[in-house]
Design a protein around this ligand. Sequence first.
Ligand code: S3P
Length: 186
Amino acid sequence: MSADRDAASESVRDRHVVLIGLMGAGKTTVGQRLASRLARPFVDTDDLVEATAGRTVAQIFADDGEPAFRALERAAVADACASPTPLVIAVGGGAVVDPESRRVIEAAGIVVWLRASAAELAARVGRGEGRPLLAGATAPAEMLERLARLREPSYEAVADVTVDTDALDPDTITDRVLEEVAACAA
Ligand code: S3P
């Protein structure tokens, strides 16, 4: 590793790496690999929400509706980003739509948008089990297209780096993210 790359790794070490993107983008799979490569903890905001509520995301949507979930998600994003320990944080696909969460995410560290086409996302999520926005949709691919149109401007606005993930396996995506994050922190 060159001296430049050493310096980049050092500065990454002090900052959160925050993964954003639509459902099926690979935030959890890639995030876990990334965390292990960077030797730091991995946190998924959906897991934080579920731990706080004592219910699954699907149950929260069904019992209390999406706004209640979004309020819990806003708190989970704030909690994760406030950690003094540098983390890899995967945030739920809809978190960036909330202006407060967007502000917190942007300020938290290096933000990585895992981008994929709606067709690729649809193939990855299948019938959308455990994801209430998709499980209720007759055509998950169309729903993902619609969400992409609505959310991509927000992903683009907060991302420091964007990694295109179509047709790539999780290890290759993880390698690319590490390269981009090191370059961004240099
Ligand atoms: C959602 C994405 C899900 C989860 C919830 C809502 C969204 O997280 O937060 O089902 O609005 O895109 P993942 O992006 O981790 O699947």
